[in-house]
Design a protein around this ligand. Structure first.
Ligand code: FES
Length: 68
């Protein structure tokens, strides 16, 4: 399961809590608040999914036929 930004070791559940406590609503607001997703950026689609669905764990999204 994918549950964090691996590069910055930030759990999606931790990001979600920060969003609730700081009343952040968007990916951009979260990005301004904490550092994540600045390296490989593979976590970006998952963070956006977290924001839109409220989930914090995901099956790997297939990228060009390969599981990442
Ligand atoms: S996993 Fe988030 S930048 Fe690499």
């Amino acid at each position: 399961m994918v549950d964090r930004c691996v590069c910055f070791n930030r759990l999606f559940s931790e990001m979600q809590q920060i969003m609730v406590h700081k009343r952040l609503n968007t990916f951009e607001e979260l990005k301004r608040y904490i550092t994540f997703g600045e390296n490989c950026k593979l976590c970006e689609p998952y963070v956006k999914l977290m924001i839109s669905t409220g989930r914090t764990e995901f099956e790997p999204i297939e990228i060009s036929g390969e599981k990442k």
